[in-house]
Write a protein that binds this ligand. Structure first.
Ligand code: ATP
Ligand code: FE
Length: 338
């Protein structure tokens, strides 16, 4: 089975070709334009998708050495994401499936972040059902009970900002460029994580909240720079380490609670924030101390990519779960409703 997959939910245009559960190519065009604005501008994102989509698909096919006539189906991200961005990928996928006369397969982006763990990789163990997935990205923060490929239950999620947003907005307050998450990680590795204690939010159950953290960092920076205008520059490593430490603790506290509740000790994480070194270290420690088994996909499959759309496409293809060509993109698309 050869699947061409297309992802255009946010600011990256991506196309991948899979042969069954194996990735033959995974091409990603990132949009540099948003750095200037300190965040993704939806209008500019859709335009850039328009420019990138055809070359990116061509590249993916060429790299995989597959002719479009060999394709078995076209999989695409239906949502959630920015509507204008989703429309580009959706329309392209619909047209191509019609032109080639092959089935169309819609994919939920968040489901794909979770199922990216099933992309075949030499010598890498896969999580077994049931397991817990924690998706930590720029737009989402969820703990999901995964009972089967397409049986997922959201146990908890953020009530306000996503964890990636918490990183990026904190970074902006420190004058760092967008996206600031990786910079906080880089500077934080050289700092003391206990230098500045920030409060952790009190949220019931397995839900998260990150907007309070951002506010307390804002007040903290304002207070300290009033006393010393160079405070941030002089203490950047320690501030970053402290922010990263607090965010990691918030995530780990909820994960521990979820493990206690479900008695499931297999934890798979995904989403761009899973690149974070502090979070990775905390998970490695939890393996040793609490006997968890943790799974982290390759970085290429953590951030937005079409390969993860393709793996979902493959499993849906096996079930002949095809999509009608009258399908429309969904900016909001709840997990477990596809
Ligand atoms: P969604 O999947 O919810 O639609 P998204 O696709 O925009 O969101 P991703 O591409 O998965 O999000 O992740 C991007 C986020 O990951 C950004 O907020 C970025 O700052 C963050 N990020 C990437 N690397 C790191 C890191 N090392 N430490 C902290 N955050 C990081
Ligand atoms: Fe994503």
């Amino acid at each position: 089975v050869y699947i061409l997959a297309i992802e255009s939910s946010c600011d990256d245009t991506s196309a991948a070709v899979l042969c069954n559960d194996e990735v033959l190519s995974n091409v990603i065009a990132t949009q540099k334009i948003h750095e200037e604005y300190g965040g993704v501008i939806p209008e500019l994102a859709s335009r850039a998708h328009q420019q990138h989509i055809v070359p990116v698909v061509h590249q993916a096919l060429a790299k995989a050495n597959i002719d479009k006539k060999q394709l078995s189906a076209i999989a695409f991200t239906r949502g959630p994401g920015l509507l204008g961005s989703l429309l580009v990928g959706t329309s392209f996928a619909k047209s191509l499936s019609l032109a080639l006369g092959v089935p169309l397969i819609e994919v939920n982006h968040m489901e794909a972040h979770i199922l990216s763990h099933y992309i075949r990789e030499e010598g890498v163990k896969k999580p077994e059902f049931p397991f817990l997935a924690m998706t930590i990205s720029g737009g989402h923060t969820q703990i999901v009970l995964v009972k089967d490929y397409f049986q997922m239950e959201v146990l908890g999620e953020t009530l306000d900002d996503a964890v990636g947003e918490a990183f990026d907005k904190s970074a902006k307050l420190l004058g760092l460029t967008y996206p600031g998450g990786p910079l906080i990680d880089r500077f934080g590795q050289k700092g003391n994580p206990k230098a500045f204690p920030f409060p952790k939010p009190r949220v019931d159950g397995l839900n998260f909240s990150f907007s309070g953290l951002k506010t307390s960092i804002l007040y903290f920076v304002q207070r300290e720079t009033a006393k010393n205008p160079d405070f941030v520059q002089e203490n950047l490593n320690d501030i970053c380490a402290s922010i990263q430490f607090t965010i990691t603790e918030i995530l780990m506290d909820k994960l521990k609670k979820a493990v206690k509740q479900t008695k499931i000790k297999q934890i798979a994480i995904g989403g761009g924030v899973s690149a974070n070194s502090g979070i990775r270290k905390a998970l490695a420690r939890a393996e040793e101390v609490m006997g968890w088994t943790t799974f982290i996909p390759q970085f290429e499959y953590c951030t937005d990519n079409a390969a993860m759309i393709g793996i979902v496409g493959y499993y849906k293809f096996l079930q002949e779960d095809f999509t009608d060509p009258s399908v429309t993109a969904l900016a909001r698309y709840k997990l477990g409703t596809s």
